[in-house]
Design a protein around this ligand. Structure first.
Ligand code: 6PG
Length: 242
């Protein structure tokens, strides 16, 4: 892995600033009326980053030029504590000046297979295409201890090569249904970031970055941009076994 594709941070503000600078530098070169599209990750890891942006950088971004999507969502209502939308609303959305029409929520309360189809249409209608597929400007991913990313779990690796843009996944332990963006769309992003923090992620991070034998059992192993760039963003704890 090239060194510039790996960032080990000590303060989340470093990452907030990097994100802001990157997004603004991209928008600067966009045609007017072109949006910067972001697929947000869920879970707990992004909370500190979202809070940092909400509290300190709301006015640093042209939110009206940014469209927000999710890489995956739990099949629960948006007011459920399991909801990635609710996590994002509580830590970011309720504090920033983003036009509501720029927020594209995966409707976890809907029938899962219908919502997977509907959200595929949302991507088709709102993203620019590259190589014949919808392409996010920024795909934010998290990483599970089992090496899952988005909601592509080790026992559902087929979702990495699924034809559909979005699919229904099942959490292997809880059986919870999820909607996930599939691997071909993940890899078709212009920039992919994998943000991992904490010592619990250190082993899987190390095995993935060093591509040790057996790492291909982890779905995150298959994150490999078709034309864009992948950047690992780790705190010291998650990087402690590199
Ligand atoms: C989700 C995610 C998932 C998450 C990882 C890491 O809906 O849970 O999008 O891919 O990023 O499970 O979760 P934590 O950040 O909570 O460790």
């Amino acid at each position: 892995m090239k060194k510039e594709n790996l960032i080990i941070f000590t303060d989340i503000d470093e990452i907030a600033r990097l994100a802001i600078d990157y997004i603004n530098s991209q928008i600067e070169n966009f045609q007017p009326h072109t949006y910067f599209t972001i697929a947000l990750s869920g879970g707990n890891t992004p909370k500190k980053l979202f809070k940092q942006i909400a509290e300190n950088y709301n006015r640093s971004l042209a939110w009206k030029r940014i469209k927000l999507f999710w890489g995956d969502e739990r099949c629960v209502p948006p007011d459920n504590n399991e909801s990635n939308f609710k996590m994002t609303y509580d830590n970011l959305l309720k504090y920033i000046d983003i036009p509501p029409e720029n927020i594209f929520r995966i409707k976890g309360e809907n029938n899962p297979s219908e919502e997977a189809t509907d959200y595929s249409q949302v991507l088709k209608q709102n993203l620019r295409f590259h190589n014949g597929l919808p392409s996010f400007d920024l795909m934010m991913l998290g990483l599970g201890e089992d090496g899952h990313t988005a909601s592509i779990f080790p026992d559902q690796l087929n979702l990495f090569t699924a034809e559909e843009y979005c699919a229904v996944a099942t959490h292997p332990v809880t059986g919870q249904k999820r909607i996930t963006i599939t691997g071909n769309i993940i890899n078709n992003a212009s920039k992919i970031t994998i943000l991992a923090t904490g010592t619990k992620k250190a082993k899987v991070v190390s095995e993935l970055i060093h591509t040790v034998p057996g790492a291909e059992k982890y779905p995150a192993y298959f994150v490999n941009p078709t034309y864009g760039k992948l950047r690992w963003i780790l705190d010291k704890e998650a990087a402690s076994e590199l």
